[in-house]
Design a protein around this ligand. Structure first.
Ligand SMILES: NC(=O)c1ccc[n+]([C@@H]2O[C@H](COP(=O)([O-])OP(=O)(O)OC[C@H]3O[C@@H](n4cnc5c(N)ncnc54)[C@H](O)[C@@H]3O)[C@@H](O)[C@H]2O)c1
Length: 439
């Protein structure tokens, strides 16, 4: 059992803290936002993450929450950095929160290992090491331990990871951090700090590349009459390729992919290499978010004064995270086209991000009188759209399924005009009883 301080009570910090407590460690989570600490002390979890609340409750006696740095570090053997590293205007990672933690690290009378869980550019470990040494903190060990959890399944991902990556300057420092995961069945990849940092960036870049790749395949499928769902299945069954991250849709989002792909592209550029593939991955994704607009126009003509229900706002189901969510781009595009936008999400609150949108408490309310319903986040309850009630309440029963959640035949049989992503779709003019061009 070890004593662990975690800096950052966000998605990664809280999940890491709760899971380490569950593994038997004593954990203190420190954040700089007093309201967050107050809420956590009162037993309220400020984010939506399945299983997290129960885990925190179950381990309440081994986890506490702190505002004060000194208090958090009292007796701590490990200090995990789990603060945000958002993009700057240049596309590089903003490491100001990371440096604040490093700069605030006091000289302690006991040995401590600083562990980087935040996603940082390659080279950060060397810079932090040099900084610590200059400040006379050579006794502070430094280990890179990037995190691969996905929001929506973060607790499961942390406790059942595909691998744990530990990058260190010295083998015994790596071993100390690896030992914290005793009880977790996984492969530990031990390497140098630069490689550990690169493993994280390369993983996210590759996942994003797969999605942009299948989205481009989907766009070609639409032109040649193939169905991307069958294509992805047939491709994914090849053991050399695998089936994950081959789901076509309205593009990837979230707090990590965009910033990490951009950070890797900038890192390469700053180091003298033009990473062309990543430029394309990013551009494909930007265009993909906007393709829904032309699908709507195909059925409705100009979108001015049309009512469009945007269903799902979080960047993916199972989370309330709106960072870089495709819904934000799509809703903004629709507003710019003059559409009346109504939106629904079961957990994400986008009121402060989208002005001019009407937010509804249920998807049934959002589709009332709508000319089209667009599935942007595949919340499972949206399969309930295919009902006679929903069809009859819409002014025009058109569904644009941005996540290929629904069965196209079932949708058409239920009396909806249906557009998926990368799936054959009859022209609206040739399908009797399907979507009509409104005057
Ligand atoms: N969210 C994910 O799915 C995910 C997955 C893997 C890796 N990561 C990486 O983990 C890091 C954290 O991501 P996140 O989504 O948890 O961020 P987040 O924004 O949810 O949380 C960051 C927290 O750090 C706090 N903070 C800022 N400065 C602080 C300081 N000096 N001391 C203590 N706390 C401070 C903030 O108040 C906030 O609560 C990022 O580098 C991210 O790229 C995120």
């Amino acid at each position: 059992m070890s004593r662990i301080a975690i800096f950052g009570a966000g998605y990664v910090g809280l999940v890491t803290g709760a899971c380490f407590a569950d593994l038997g460690h004593e954990v203190v989570v420190r954040d700089i936002v007093p309201e967050k600490i107050d809420a956590l002390r009162a037993g309220h979890v400020p984010i939506h993450e399945p299983g997290l609340e129960e885990l925190l409750e179950r381990n309440a006696e081994r986890i506490s929450f702190e505002l004060d740095v000194q208090e958090a570090l009292r007796d701590a053997e490990f200090a995990f950095v789990a603060v945000g590293t958002p993009p700057t205007y240049s596309g590089d990672a903003d490491l100001s929160a990371v440096w604040t933690v490093v700069d605030e690290l006091p000289s302690l009378d006991h040995p401590i290992t600083l562990v980087m869980k935040s996603t940082v550019p390659v080279g950060t470990a060397e810079k932090v090491r040099a900084n610590l040494d200059v400040r006379g903190l050579s006794g502070v060990a430094y280990v890179s331990n990037p995190e691969f959890l996905a929001e929506g399944s973060a607790v499961r991902d942390f406790l059942h990871p595909d691998r744990v990556v530990v990058g260190a300057f010295a083998a015994e420092e790596a071993a100390r951090v690896a030992a914290l995961y005793d009880g977790v069945e996984t492969t530990v990849v031990t390497t140098d700090v630069a490689s550990a940092e690169m493993i994280k960036l390369a993983s996210n870049a590759f996942l994003s590349t797969r999605i942009s790749f299948i989205n481009e395949i989907a766009n070609v499928c639409e032109l040649v009459g193939a169905d991307v769902m069958d294509v992805a299945r047939g491709v994914g069954l090849d053991h050399r390729l695998g089936s994950h991250f081959l789901r076509a849709g309205v593009g990837w989002g979230g707090s990590c992919f965009g910033k990490d792909v951009s950070a890797l592209k900038q890192l390469a550029g700053n180091s003298g290499y033009h990473f062309q593939l990543l430029s394309a991955v990013i551009e494909v994704n930007e265009l993909q978010k906007r393709r829904v607009v032309s699908k709507l126009e195909k059925h409705l003509g100009k979108l001015r004064d049309r009512t469009v229900a945007v269903l799902g706002l979080a960047f993916k189901p199972g989370t309330d995270d709106l960072r870089d969510a495709p819904s934000l781009v799509l809703a903004s595009r629709l507003l710019a086209e003059g559409a009346d936008v109504r939106a629904w999400d079961p957990v994400a609150d986008a009121g402060h991000l989208l002005h001019g949108v009407t937010f509804c408490d249920s998807y049934n309310e959002a589709v009332q009188g709508a000319d089209a319903a667009v599935i942007v986040t595949e919340w499972p309850e949206l399969v309930g759209l295919l009902s006679a009630d929903v069809r009859d309440t819409m002014r025009n029963p058109l569904i644009v399924d941005g996540r290929n959640l629904l069965d196209p035949d079932a949708a058409r049989e239920a009396g909806f005009a249906y557009e998926g992503i990368g799936r054959p779709s009859p022209s609206p003019d040739t399908v009797p009883g399907q979507s009509v061009r409104l005057p």
